[in-house]
Write a new protein. Structure first.
Lengths: 309, 309
């Protein structure tokens, strides 16, 4: 099994921007290691699996990055340094509140003695202000590092590098693996170079299982860290047993289990000896509370207990 | 063949929001039909093909929506009414200039007698102003209708409905089919209900060819319209022959052919009796000119000739 995951790295070259991103993570972790605070690696969004070397088509995993990007804001509020490893164009912390045309609709032009200036409309200033303030504060304190990926290979290279840089943080490192990572891929040598042509009829795609990186991650890369994984299913009847199975198999600390259809109102946190349901009440949903606030509170509390001597 | 495309609609139900979107398009086209101007239907972004009914995984087509969203702005400048049929979360006209964190970085907070207000920073006002002005003008004149899709089935239902509403515009209707539509899909009855489990080993996905909707579109839905399709390839040697083949097969007006790697600097416009290369000079690239400006100028000029008696 260990050979299997090593083989993935030996047969898939590091992405072109890997060196730059690794250097950014090195600078970030070195700076925060000296501060003796806690650090979270949050992964977010889906990974793609190309069907061609010159990629026109790919298999993707459903994930807007809501869970990861919202959670990042709450980890920052809890004073964690955060490496946000996210799928390009999935949601990012802070800016996630202003998607689509919404941003342009916030603005108005005023003319003063011939000169134009642009303001956020007065009636929405109150809504924008706290988000902008937190964003600016985080930027100033350099507490957040965003690193983007697209493909499964990009993700796996960055994940391993980030883990290795988190090792010296020991128990102060928390991994919050919310990305929706492909289970299947097409091995590099089986991939056509050019766009598949439809003239010759529909192709059959043979997929191969992606090695379970949680295994080397927990046992080798960050053995002292507090590792939280996620389990998304559509079938409620197998959810808890799948979560327990993962804990037994990988021996990490916590699985956050959720059902696709209800994941914004309810999750179940499974540890080796506890099962805790976190959910939003109708009143909380009404007042726009996000379930990620509850999840992050629960996780950071457990992490604090785990860290205390 | 005609039975084949009809079968797609009879076996794939209209999406839940189809009725609402159709009503919006009806209102839009009715209003603009009275004005006797030109109208463009622009399709943009990729379509997804779900691998499960409760969709966790899907096959996607590479497309950020750059071509379609940029072109929409230039068609609006040429006084076309525009229906922008786009993949949710792909680029949209105007707002495409402010992606990622860029928007929050444009803003600054000022305090005046205790009250906070938010402005666009003075040094970027000049950059934001023309885009915001065009956006506001278009919004006021109601010249642009944006309609979103995700899956192949969503797209095909909306495409046919839009075409039927464009029929009364006769030659004044222009179709600019820039969306990257899947060639393959998994028929509804072959799709599993729940997320595929990896325990039982990697699955094999059998794909089926998507019927070529350009056929009924040109010959039945909008027979008088000026139809422009796109051809994206990665292999230069087959590009022109594929474009010619499409024109012969579907009998529409124009194919804009491009190679994945160079598509932002160069396209080849192929008609039944002409081949025209449009490209950006190094100076034009330097000054941030977009190739879509040239494409839209060429297309609208050809459309004007086509419309004139």
């Amino acid at each position: 099994m260990s050979i299997y995951w090593e083989e993935f790295y030996s047969t898939h070259a590091a992405p072109a921007d890997f060196g730059d991103n690794k250097a950014r993570m090195e600078e970030f972790t070195a700076r925060h290691l000296a501060k003796m605070g806690k650090i979270a690696l949050i992964t977010s969004g889906g990974t793609t699996v190309p069907l061609e070397h010159n990629t026109v088509r790919f298999v993707d995993n459903f994930s807007a990055g809501t869970r990861g990007s919202a959670s990042a804001e709450y980890f920052l509020q809890e004073d964690y340094a955060v490496i946000f490893l996210y799928r390009f164009k999935s949601l990012e912390p802070f800016v996630r509140h202003f998607m689509g045309q919404k941003f342009l609709d916030l603005l108005e032009i005023t003319k003063n003695e011939g000169a134009s200036s642009i303001q956020v409309k007065t009636n929405v200033t109150e809504e924008v202000l706290p988000i902008l303030q937190q964003y600016q504060a985080v930027k100033k304190s350099q507490q957040l590092l965003c690193v983007g990926f697209t493909s499964l290979a990009d993700y796996l290279w960055l994940l391993r590098a980030a883990c290795e840089l988190l090792t010296p943080f020991k128990t102060r490192a928390l991994l919050y693996l919310a990305a929706a990572v492909s289970d299947f891929y097409i091995p590099s040598h089986q991939m056509p170079t050019h766009k598949m042509q439809s003239d010759s009829g529909p192709p059959t795609i043979s997929l191969q299982l992606v090695p379970k990186m949680l295994k080397p991650l927990v046992s080798l890369w960050v053995p002292e860290a507090f590792v939280v994984s996620f389990k998304l299913e559509t079938d409620e009847t197998i959810l808890i047993s799948k979560a327990r199975g993962a804990l037994e198999k990988y021996n990490h600390k916590m699985v956050i289990a959720n059902i696709l259809q209800t994941r914004k109102q309810k999750v179940v946190v499974v540890t080796s000896n506890t099962v805790t349901e976190l959910l939003l009440t109708p009143e909380e949903i009404q007042s726009d509370l996000e379930i990620e606030e509850k999840i992050v509170k629960f996780v950071t509390k457990s992490h604090a207990v785990f860290c205390s001597p």
